[in-house]
Design a protein around this ligand. Structure first.
Ligand code: IMP
Ligand code: MG
Length: 191
């Protein structure tokens, strides 16, 4: 047992956050609930979790530890052309899967669904490989921003239309290490 509580050291990145939307304890609680639901849904079935890099790595790492059924993990990396804070809908595959998913139950693990363009493209690509099933879990959802309909199986938190960082999500590749989901101060964008 630890004789001292774990205290997170002060981080300079905290100064750039205006509001904490979801705190660390709330995230951990919700991830456990989703892990339990996924474990129930895939009991006795073959399962591959596909994490979409890089934003979903923290969620993925916590999620797999609350999933109690055997499963493999693999990674894909995509990049959308265009503006830094909004998706253009044009997607490039930077890294493909290492495993074949034909005839397997695939669960895509996303950090956030915004317009839905990135995921729509990815789902089309993966379904062409004829998985036995293809489902989606996302930590965050911005329903107001959705441009294309997607059936999402598990959602951690629905959030308002604000640009968020932390728990894997970045702005210019930073802030991924914050243990909470926070809204960036407008001054950070240079406004
Ligand atoms: P979509 O194609 O518009 O659904 O965009 C999804 C991708 O955009 C996510 O996987 C993130 O990489 C990025 N993204 C969208 N909203 C945010 C945000 O609020 N913070 C950080 N990244 C975001
Ligand atoms: Mg993503």
């Amino acid at each position: 047992m630890l004789d001292k509580p774990l205290v997170r050291p002060q981080c300079v990145l905290d100064d750039d956050i205006s509001t904490i939307l979801v705190d660390e304890a709330t995230i951990q609680q919700r991830v456990s609930e989703i892990g339990a639901a996924i474990s129930q849904a895939y009991a006795g079935k073959d399962l591959v979790l596909v994490s979409v890099l890089k934003g979903s790595i923290i969620f993925m790492a916590d999620l797999v530890r609350s999933i109690t059924v055997p499963h493999e993990i693999d990674f894909m990396a995509t990049s959308s052309y265009g503006a830094a804070t909004s998706s253009s809908g044009v997607v490039r595959i930077l890294k493909d899967l290492n495993v074949s998913i034909q005839g397997r139950n695939v669960l895509v693990v996303e950090d956030i669904i915004d317009s839905g363009h990135t995921l729509t493209y990815l789902l089309r690509l993966l379904s062409e490989r004829q998985p036995a099933s293809l489902r989606i879990v996302t930590l965050l959802d911005k329903p107001e921003r959705r441009a294309v309909h997607i059936d999402v199986d598990w959602v951690g938190f629905s959030i308002p239309n604000e640009f968020v960082v932390g728990y894997g999500l970045d702005y210019n590749e930073l802030y991924r290490n914050l243990p909470y989901i926070g809204v960036l101060k407008p001054s950070v964008y240079g406004e």
